[in-house]
Each structure stands twice: as structure tokens, then as C-alpha cells.
Design a protein around this ligand. Structure first.
Ligand code: NAD
Length: 510
């Protein structure tokens, strides 16, 4: 890894924040220390919000709701269109800041901002398509229909690994649906949140007459998130992160009968069948398992290979694992950046030890010495050949570990595929249409995302994103995910002069 040509992370961060419109006072002298995984250096000290600040933002958002819900949806879409323009103009800077704060390689940092632009485009179109149904009624001279109304303030809690895209999946849709958004980003990624918020500010200024309090950001740790979670003025809480966090948030929101959109941990698998195109499968597996240093919710973690192709695929996969370029994610040619921090590294090593104890054979997984210094954690991705799907394989370790298991029989591998608590994303590599269709059928993959001849990661925004079981059941982004941000009313209108009751009930009074 050579970093000689790259500017120091701290200096580059300051320049990016300034260009993106984040005031210097917001990122210095605060109590929240922000480090870059690139070299472990402190890149900012951000001011944290107090519980009182959080309640004030929620109150302001609630006031904004009273106005915003009456603004016609296509006009609300205009704000999101302007936001899309701001994001296009700032794509390079914001993408680079994502690389610095989350450790993603440049194309992935830029890709994350592209995803924000894409969801803005989607939401603008959606702002003219918030349809309800007209329903056949059993009563004469009646009409029955459903209408969709804004739900209220949407609280967004997001994770460190998609520090800005996840907010946009929620915010772009919520804003056209008529809902203000209050965002609690990860305490490990507040800078990209503040930068995004500055871009929202630019879009709001150009929009002109949006109510104050329409978009808020709360900087802080879990306790600040809990204020959003517990506040009855926030009818929808969209929380992305670990299953541990989701279990707490879901129960607290349910206790006040709020609504949750949960996007939690995954343990995604791919099945490589005898007829698979192995060149294509190899590339897809490499990106899905090693990309983002295994720190995507959709990262490939379990690989089932048919015994007839294991001898061909696994040596090639090992070669790719040995040679993939690891280093500063800002450097062109790097494929694998750093782990987030020491805790991620320790969790990875503990998982590898547990896999070895369960008779796994580990290739890679070691720490790579780099010029970045002692507090940066670069690792060679690990390939672990497992004789069985042991307990460690059933857990999500948020690191580049791919467990490989050889299978013989399709029904058995399908059962193993589904025998984990998580249900986010999944893939099959086959040219046999029967296998492909069985994988996608009701008796196939039990995940929210099931792909054929594509890896499990890197979804487009047009489809609904999310997963089943301990992944939380939420859906965000495309298709009809917008319904989670609105409340549905059923309306029946009598345009006759009699009052027939439903189900033939008689209730005659003088
Ligand atoms: P995390 O659970 O540690 O934190 C996520 C967010 O939740 C942070 O903002 C944190 O402050 C907040 N939080 C934690 N406890 C809370 C509480 N009690 N109340 C309110 N907020 C609370 O997750 P992480 O380490 O940042 O991210 C990695 C995890 O996120 C992985 O499990 C990954 O699979 C998952 N993830 C899922 C998706 C998805 O769409 N399914 C996307 C990205 C990440």
C-alpha cells in the first residue's frame, strides 16, 4: 500500500466539510470523537445533542408536519428534486467523505451517493403516484375508497456502514409522503450526516417556503436514538443496524403502538450448482464477500458449493483471496479498505478462532501491516472451509469472513440455506431453470432478496429492500415501500337518500 500521493486524512476531511457547507464550529471542540478507519486518526470532535435538543427537534418536526401534510405531494416532490440536484453537484465530495468516514473504496463511496440520487429521482416520480384503491361496495348509491395521508414525523436511526444512503431511502420517500424526518446517524459516522444535512439546507433554501423543522439531525449515541424511539410524536421509526439494536427498538416502539421499519443484520448465502457459470460466479462471490471489507448487511457470508464443481471453484477463489488489493480506500486499484475499528478486528479474530475450534480450515484473515499505523485495521479476507454449518456460521460477524461448505443434494442445501435466524439476501448460481425457479419459489429461499446469477449485495433502489426473520421484516426504497410512511383511511360515501346498512343489518328508528 502506498499512501505517499494522498493527502493526510485529517486535512482532506476539513477541506471536504468546508466545501460541503458544514460549519467548522459543528465539527470541532465537541464531545464526540470521530475517527477515520483509514488511519485511525481523529478527524473531528463533534458537538453532541442533549436530550432537550432532541425533544426540541421532534417538537419542531411535529409543527412542520402540520403544514407539510397539506402541501400537495408533487410540490413536496419538488424539494426532493432539488435535493437530488444538490447531491449530483456534491457527489464527488460527499462520496469521498463516505470513503474517509466509513472506509469504503472510492467507487463504493460514490456509489452510495449515486444511490441517494437514484432514490430522489424515484421519489419525485412517486410524488404523483401515491394511489389508493376504489373498492366495490355492497350498498347501492355508495362509493368506497382508500386514501393515503402523511403519517407524521419519521425517525431514522442509521448504521455506520451505509452512513448516508439509508437515510435517503427513508427521507426521500417520507418527504414526498408528507412526513418530516429526524435522523439519528451512527455515532461512528456523524460527519457524512452533517454534510448531507448541509445539502438538505441548500435544497430547502432554493425551495423557499418549506416549514422550519422539516429535516433534523441528532448527533449522539444510542441514548439520543432512544428519545426518538420513545416519543409518541414520532409515529414511524425506521431503524437500521444490528439485530441486537432492533430487538430493543422494536419492543419500545411497540409499547407505544408506533410503527417500525426494521433493517437489521443479515447472514447471506449463495449456492453454486453443478451447471453454474463459474467465471461469473467467481466474480460475483468475490465482490459480495470481500467488497466493503465484508461490512455490508448484504455481504456474502455463507457459500454452498456442489461437490462436482468445488474442485474447480475453490482453488480459483483462494487465489483471488490471496491477491485482492488491500489498502487505503482512496487509492485507485484498492479493492478492500479497512475494518471500521479495533472492535471489528477483535470480533473477526474471535469468529475465526471459533471456526477453527469447529474444525474449520482458515485461509487468510490475518492483519496486514500498512503505513497507516497501529490504530488502523486492515485484514486479508478470510475463506473458511467448514465441514458443517456450525453455530459460528449461523451468526453475523461484521467482517470479511466467507464460510464455504460443500453440498451434494439440492433439497438438503436449501434447508441449510434457510436454517439461520437471519433472512436478508440470497443467491443461486445455476443455468438449470428448475433449480433457479425452485430457489425463487415459496419453498425456496426464505429471504427478502433472492437473486439468480447475481451476488446477494448491491441492490438497486427500484426494488423493495429488506429481509425476514431477525433481519426485521422492514422494506425500504422502491415498489410500494412508501406505504409504511403513510396512514391509510377507508372512506365510504353515500350519495343516495336512504341509509342501507352493511351486512343487511336493520336498525329502523322513528
Ligand atoms: P448498531 O446496531 O451498533 O448501531 C446502529 C444504530 O443504532 C446507531 O445509530 C446506534 O447509535 C443506534 N442504536 C443502538 N442502540 C440503540 C437504541 N437502543 N435505541 C436507539 N438507537 C440505537 O449497528 P452498526 O454497527 O452501526 O451497523 C452494523 C449492523 O447494521 C450490522 O448488523 C448490519 O447487518 C446492519 N445493517 C443492516 C442494514 C439493512 O438494511 N438490513 C443496513 C446496514 C447495516
Amino acid at each position: 500500500m502506498s499512501t505517499a500521493s494522498l493527502p493526510p486524512v485529517t486535512r482532506e476531511t476539513a477541506a471536504l466539510l468546508e466545501r460541503l457547507g458544514v460549519p467548522a464550529a459543528a465539527v470541532s471542540g465537541g464531545t464526540l470523537s470521530v475517527t477515520s478507519p483509514i488511519d485511525g486518526s481523529e478527524i473531528a470532535r463533534v458537538r453532541e445533542h442533549t436530550p432537550e435538543d432532541a425533544r426540541a427537534q421532534i417538537a419542531a418536526a411535529h409543527d412542520a408536519f402540520i403544514e407539510w401534510r397539506m402541501v400537495p405531494a408533487p410540490r413536496r416532490g419538488e424539494l426532493v428534486r432539488l435535493l437530488g440536484e444538490e447531491l449530483r453537484a456534491a457527489k464527488e465530495d460527499l462520496g469521498r467523505l463516505v470513503s474517509i468516514e466509513a472506509g469504503k473504496i472510492l467507487s463504493e463511496g460514490q456509489g452510495e451517493v449515486q444511490e441517494m440520487i437514484d432514490i430522489c429521482d424515484f421519489a419525485v416520480g412517486l410524488s404523483r403516484q401515491l394511489y389508493g384503491l376504489t373498492i366495490a361496495t355492497e350498498r347501492p348509491n355508495h362509493r368506497m375508497m382508500e386514501t393515503w395521508h402523511p403519517a407524521g414525523v419519521v425517525g431514522v436511526v442509521s448504521a455506520f456502514n451505509f452512513p448516508v444512503a439509508v437515510w435517503s431511502w427513508n427521507a426521500a420517500i417520507a418527504l414526498v409522503c408528507g412526513d418530516p424526518v429526524v435522523w439519528k446517524p451512527s455515532e461512528k459516522a456523524p460527519l457524512t450526516a452533517l454534510a448531507t444535512h448541509a445539502l438538505v439546507g441548500r435544497a430547502l433554501a432554493r425551495f423557499g417556503d418549506a416549514p422550519a423543522g422539516l429535516a433534523g439531525v441528532l448527533i449522539g449515541r444510542a441514548e439520543i436514538g432512544e428519545i426518538l424511539v420513545d416519543d409518541a410524536r414520532v409515529p414511524v421509526v425506521s431503524a437500521t443496524g444490528s439485530t441486537r439494536m432492533g430487538r430493543i427498538v422494536a419492543q419500545r416502539v411497540a409499547a407505544r403502538f408506533g410503527r417500525c421499519v426494521l433493517e437489521l443484520g443479515g447472514n447471506n448465502a449463495a449456492i453454486v450448482c453443478p451447471s453454474a457459470d463459474l467465471d461469473l460466479a467467481l466474480r460475483a462471490i468475490a465482490f459480495a464477500a470481500m467488497g466493503t471489507a465484508g461490512q455490508r448487511c448484504t455481504s456474502l457470508r455463507r457459500l454452498f458449493v456442489h461437490k462436482s464443481v468445488a474442485g474447480k471453484l475453490l482453488p480459483r477463489l483462494k487465489k483471488v483471496y490471496r491477491s485482492a488489493a488491500i489498502g487505503d480506500p482512496r487509492e485507485s486499484g484498492t479493492l478492500i479498505g479497512p475494518l471500521r475499528d479495533e472492535a471489528s478486528f477483535k470480533a473477526m479474530q474471535a469468529a475465526l478462532d471459533e471456526a477453527r475450534a469447529a474444525s474449520g480450515t482458515v485461509t487468510g484473515g490475518e492483519r496486514i501491516a500498512t503505513p497507516a499505523g497501529e490504530v488502523a485495521y486492515y485484514v486479508r479476507p478470510a475463506l473458511v472451509e467448514m465441514p458443517t454449518q456450525a453455530a459460528i456460521v449461523e451468526r453475523e460477524t461484521f467482517a470479511p469472513i466467507l464460510y464455504v461448505m460443500v453440498y451434494e443434494e439440492f433439497d438438503a442445501v436449501l434447508a441449510l440455506h434457510n436454517a439461520v435466524p437471519q433472512g436478508l439476501s440470497s443467491s443461486i448460481f445455476t443455468t438449470d431453470i428448475r433449480e433457479a425457479e425452485r430457489f425463487l419459489s415459496a419453498a425456496g429461499s426464505d429471504c427478502g432478496i433472492a437473486n439468480v446469477n447475481i451476488g446477494p449485495s448491491g441492490a438497486e433502489i427500484g426494488g423493495a429492500f429488506g429481509g425476514e426473520k431477525e433481519t426485521g421484516g422492514g422494506r425500504e426504497a422502491g415498489t410500494d415501500s412508501w406505504r409504511a410512511y403513510m396512514r391509510r383511511a377507508t372512506n365510504t360515501i353515500n350519495y343516495g337518500s336512504t341509509l342501507p346498512l352493511a351486512q343487511g343489518v336493520k336498525f329502523d328508528v322513528e
